[in-house]
Design a protein. Structure first.
Length: 259
């Protein structure tokens, strides 16, 4: 997680030189450098979109390269779209979920869960890649405009200080018809190739309860059978001797068990 502005500059140039149109810079630096400024200009001039967290994970001070005006700065949100952690002091363009984000990990069970603006920036970069896959003709400026125009909230015409233009919406970013494209208000229509998963079916908790109850009933039957069978075999499956209660017997002779 530690880096320097010059190392970030080399990484950005290498990514753009390799043909990347979306560059996600998730490791940030606390200071700027001429090399980093030059790398950001080079990326944008080459038609790439640079996306970076607005602040370091767990902190609120401005971070580079997101502090550059030509970089898309991303802040993290928690459940319900509320700001996660401290509001960043730097500029915010977009937000995305950044609390308890799970992804592939290098060991253990193969998953890793963490929180912070860097994970939100990764989600925004993934959305940008989806948009370009659907609309490869978009320029970098048009791509950023689409990401901003299809957000969910806050709804103000100018970006909010802590939420920017709002939370990125991947489905809308890919499928919406913007006013300049459709000649009117933005239309959010599902495009061919974008299929939403079916609604979740009934919970498995009810089925699990019935299975557990049935299993207990079977176990109880097995236990009763295990207790009854040996006794029945010993009596050769004949009825057992009846012993009347004392009040009924009245002191009479005991019943004679069968031979």
């Amino acid at each position: 997680g530690n880096t320097t502005p010059d190392l970030l500059a080399r990484g950005i140039r290498a990514a753009v030189g390799g043909g990347a149109r979306v560059v996600a810079v998730v490791a940030v630096a606390g200071t700027d450098s001429p090399a980093l400024r030059s790398a950001v200009r080079y990326a944008v001039d080459e038609g790439a979109v640079v996306i970076a967290p607005a602040a370091p994970d767990g902190a609120k001070e401005p971070a580079y390269p997101a502090a550059h005006p030509r970089v898309v700065a991303v802040a993290a949100t928690g459940p319900g779209g509320k700001a996660f952690g401290q509001a960043p002091e730097g500029r915010v363009d977009l937000t995305a979920p950044g609390e308890a984000v799970m992804g592939p990990g290098p060991g253990g069970r193969g998953s890793f869960t963490a929180s912070g603006p860097s994970y939100a920036a990764a989600l925004v970069a993934g959305t940008a890649a989806l948009v370009l896959d659907r609309r490869p003709e978009l320029s970098a400026e048009a791509l950023v405009h689409r990401l901003r125009a299809t957000t969910t909230g806050p709804g103000e015409p100018m970006p909010d200080r802590t939420r920017g233009y709002g939370s990125v919406d991947p489905i809308a970013a890919v499928t919406a018809v913007l006013p300049e494209e459709g000649g009117g208000a933005a239309v959010r229509a599902a495009a061919p190739g974008v299929v939403m998963p079916p609604p979740p079916g009934p919970s498995a908790a009810g089925s699990a309860g019935w299975v557990a109850a049935g299993s207990l009933a079977v176990l109880a039957g097995v236990a009763v059978t295990a207790a009854v069978l040996p006794r029945g075999r010993r009596r050769r499956w004949r009825p057992g001797a009846y012993r009347a209660p004392e009040a009924v017997r009245g002191g009479g002779p005991e019943p004679i068990p069968p031979s």
